[in-house]
Write a protein that binds this ligand. Structure first.
Ligand code: PMP
Length: 414
């Protein structure tokens, strides 16, 4: 037996970690990062290092910089100017040294975009969800959170960390949501948490109908618009702007890292909610604020996409063309009404194989999407064409996919 004076028994830590990695290999879920070299202005063309062969040309098909705003001249100029004017870092947390005029201005811009009294920046969309949901639900004793089953991991983490009761409703299923709401104490504080565009199934929530249920059962609403801000609505305010329901949502959450092309996250809501999250959320309080350079870039991007629809219109047209070409070729593309193009494979090993062959033989870069990002058995490739993917690129991609589908004896529709 181990005593105070005898040495502690050896624990083989690396064995434990190696076993964890081996499990991923065995299930075909081990992730490999591709070493991509980008060139400003060349997107979706890029180069990558594969093995020991020097960089080879690729076409990127899986970026969430949906509109290539990360390479937009206005965004780059704003970032260069901020870097030149104020330097690289923010210098601290918002409460201490890290509050700059750029942060304040972007928060005003985002509040205005969503028609809310205020907005609050976080270092990522993930952090916005975790920090806000965990804090909000914690501050309402007895709160019950109703969460769509396909909600993002960051929302799930926030709800879990709040310690409150959680009910999971079937994806976009209003009847199930109502059944759960009706079964609970009418006097309990309630929060319905959901997304507008679900990024893996590429479908859209019935926001107005969820708001009707929220009104009926006196619940607050929390809407993750991460995949929709910049992409939908006349000014890029997301699906809540497109459907004219933003005023019915208690908290709209978004990212600056996808359509806006930079980095960071935010919420927009009534001032009292902004104030309470600002004052109580550890994920906001105890971390260095975003670099003013990033904030300046995001500000330029938000302003540009408020005024210009060319990028999102071009992106929608590209997505429609790609979906049509895939369907015509008999490939199992999910019929979606959004800008995302999911191609179903249903097997992690095959999804990885297709991705590997596409990269090695066709210079096509698209990562496989596996569990836990999507449920097991629904593994897929997720294509995100941008306004600069042209039809010739799409035809080459579809021809390559048809060839690989045949090689792997996967089924094509007649
Ligand atoms: N919400 C959803 C629905 C997401 O898909 C993601 C990122 N994939 C996030 C939040 C997190 O956003 P960010 O990348 O800015 O951390």
């Amino acid at each position: 037996m181990h005593t105070k004076d005898s040495p502690a028994p050896a624990i083989d830590y690396s064995r434990v970690f190696n076993q964890a990695i081996d499990r991923l290999h065995a299930e075909g879920r081990y992730r490999v990062f591709i070493d991509v070299l980008r060139n400003k202005g060349a997107y979706p063309n890029a180069r990558c290092f594969a093995g020991h062969n020097g960089p080879k040309p690729i076409v990127v098909w899986c970026s969430n910089d949906y509109l290539a705003m990360g390479q937009h001249p206005d965004v780059i100029a704003a970032m260069e100017e901020a870097l030149h004017d104020v330097g690289a870092g923010s210098g601290g947390t918002r409460n201490i040294g890290g509050n700059t005029h750029y942060h304040i201005e972007l928060e005003h811009e985002l509040a205005e975009l969503h028609g809310k009294q205020g907005a609050l920046l976080f270092t990522s969309g993930y952090v916005s969800n975790e920090a806000t949901l965990s804090t909000l639900a914690r501050l309402m004793p007895g709160c019950i959170v109703y969460s769509d089953e396909l909600n993002h991991a960051s929302m799930i983490a926030g709800i879990r960390n709040s310690g409150c009761e959680k009910r999971v409703f079937r994806h976009n299923d209003l009847a199930h949501l109502e059944e759960l709401l009706a079964a609970d104490d009418p006097g309990a504080p309630k929060l319905i948490a959901f997304e507008s565009v679900y990024s893996m199934d590429a479908d859209i929530a019935p926001i107005a109908a969820i708001c009707d249920l929220a009104d009926k059962y006196n619940a607050l609403t929390y809407l993750d618009e991460v995949h929709a801000v910049g992409m939908y609505g006349a000014r890029g305010g997301g699906i809540s702007e497109r459907d004219a329901v933003a005023d019915r949502i208690t908290i709209i959450e978004g990212t600056l890292g996808k359509a806006f092309g930079v980095m960071g996250g935010y919420i927009a809501a009534d001032q009292v909610i902004i104030d309470v999250i600002r004052s109580y959320a550890p994920g906001f309080i105890f971390t260095t604020s975003l670099s003013p350079v990033l904030v300046a870039g995001a500000l330029a991007s938000v302003k540009h996409l408020k005024a210009s629809t060319a990028e999102r219109d071009g992106q929608q047209a590209a997505a429609a063309t790609l979906k049509a070409l895939m369907a015509e070729a008999g490939l199992p593309v999910l019929p979606s009404t959004t800008h995302i193009v999911p191609l179903m494979v249903g097997d992690p090993v095959k999804a990885k194989k297709i991705s590997d062959v596409l990269l090695a033989e066709y210079g096509v870069y698209v990562q496989p999407i596996n569990y836990p990002t999507v449920p097991r058995g629904t593994e897929r490739l997720r294509f995100t064409p941008g306004p600069a993917h042209d039809e010739a690129m799409m035809r080459e991609l579809v021809d390559a996919l048809v060839e690989i589908w045949g090689r792997l004896e996967l089924r094509l529709a007649a």
